[in-house]
Design a protein around this ligand. Structure first.
Ligand SMILES: Cc1ncc(COP(=O)(O)O)c(C=O)c1O
Length: 389
């Protein structure tokens, strides 16, 4: 990035129109016009860099992706309707039938479903390693392994994977390293520095930051992004110009918002650490986090997600949710509003006990997406709900 992160997030802007607007307008158009037959021919032949159709590109999606490319230190990128379409299109573009993936087991639920239900349709199999078993990765690599995949921090248990180690392994075995950087945002962590080839975001989370729109991003090496772009241009998971406009505005405040989210989250983690109804707390920047040193090495701050285990298992978890007054019970995260979830009774209730434990979800695990309300109000709500649990 040429300037500071904050400056780039604000000043990296679509060229002004003849109306000299200060803030980028919304280009709500499905297609673009050409001057004459030659202009149209040359544009379709890609001899000119011109917007043709908003499934391919649009000034708003271009502004948004250009910012993320700069923030992540990538060469190129493409933006999608959702985080899941970014993940699926990356696999669709980069994998061939019969390829193999090595992935951390602690991945977002729908990503796990892609690995276990949909990719096998094309004879693409996945071998898993647990968060604390990075040393086993080499033993899982096969001659047809193409992608090494991980999230860090993980959802919902905020475990940390050592990106430097994964980067080294990918390089040694000539694999593509794909990292879902959703929990960290480009402000807190840049996986490309550690050797990632592709970085993915669900922009629905902290990038939007206000729970309004869905979005996804894939950035990375130009030749790989070109494959992802062509796949997406033809299969159609494009981000709408409206969402790109909202998300590009959100990036202008990403640094200040995420700084405050992290400050609040650390205070919540410290409060929970001393609470008599709590067995343990996991937050990347708490010294007690099992991968604290790795988190410190690769992240600027600890993020906004705190996981803790309430005493009393599933019943206590449900009672805690029922006693919450101000925080929201919602599936999203990374919102201005603090959100609490209890995975064992909701998102992960269909998994067996042993499958849940494989992804570090214990019966009493609660995930808090710490928002931007006043810290005293957040802590007061958690405290009264814990006391009633
Ligand atoms: C880590 C992670 N990756 C991907 C996704 C999917 O994103 P989306 O809901 O935008 O499709 C999520 C959503 O919660 C997530 O937490």
């Amino acid at each position: 990035m040429s300037k500071h992160f904050e400056t780039e997030a604000i000043r990296n802007q679509t060229e002004r129109s003849q109306f000299s607007e200060h803030s980028t307008p919304l280009y709500l158009t499905s297609s673009f016009v050409f001057d004459d037959a030659e202009d149209m021919r040359a544009s379709f032949a890609e001899e000119k860099e011109k917007n043709l159709y908003s499934r391919f590109s649009n000034p708003n999606t271009t502004e948004f992706v250009d910012k993320i490319v700069a923030m992540e230190g990538a060469e190129a990128g493409y933006v999608f309707a959702t985080g899941m379409s970014a993940i699926f299109s990356t696999f669709g573009a980069l994998l061939n039938a019969g390829d193999h993936i090595v992935s951390c087991r602690s991945v977002f639920g729908s990503t796990h479903t892609l690995f276990t239900k949909y990719l096998p349709k094309w004879n693409i199999e996945t071998s898993y390693f647990k968060v604390n078993e990075v040393s086993k990765v080499e033993s899982l690599i096969q001659p047809n392994t193409k992608i090494l995949y991980a999230e860090s921090p993980t959802n919902p248990a905020v475990d940390i994977l050592d990106l430097e180690v994964l980067g080294r392994l990918a390089k040694k075995h000539n694999l593509l390293l794909v990292i879902d950087n959703c929990f960290a945002t480009p402000y807190l962590q840049n996986p490309i520095k550690f050797g990632a080839d592709i970085v993915i975001h669900s922009a629905t989370k902290l990038i939007d930051g206000q729970g309004r729109v869905l979005g996804g991003v894939a950035v990375g090496k130009a030749d790989l992004i070109q494959e992802i772009y062509l796949f997406s241009r033809n299969t159609g998971p494009a981000m709408s110009p409206f969402n790109a406009w909202v998300l590009s505005k959100s990036l202008e405040t990403l640094a200040v918002r995420v700084d405050k989210h992290c400050e609040n989250a650390l205070k919540v983690a410290l409060f929970l650490e001393n609470h008599k109804h709590v067995n343990w707390v996991k937050y990347p920047f708490l010294k007690s986090h099992p991968q604290y040193k790795i988190a410190k090495k690769q992240m600027k701050l600890g993020g906004n997600i705190v996981a803790f285990e309430i005493k009393g298992g599933v019943t206590a978890g449900k009672n805690f949710l029922n006693a919450i007054k101000m925080c929201s019970l919602s599936a999203n995260l990374g919102d201005t509003r603090t959100i609490v979830t209890h995975p064992a009774s909701t998102t992960h209730s269909k998994l067996s006990d042993s499958d849940r434990l494989e992804v570090s979800i214990t019966d009493g695990l609660v995930r808090v997406s710490v928002g931007l309300e006043h810290i005293e109000d957040i802590i007061e709500d958690l405290n009264q709900a814990l006391s009633l649990k």
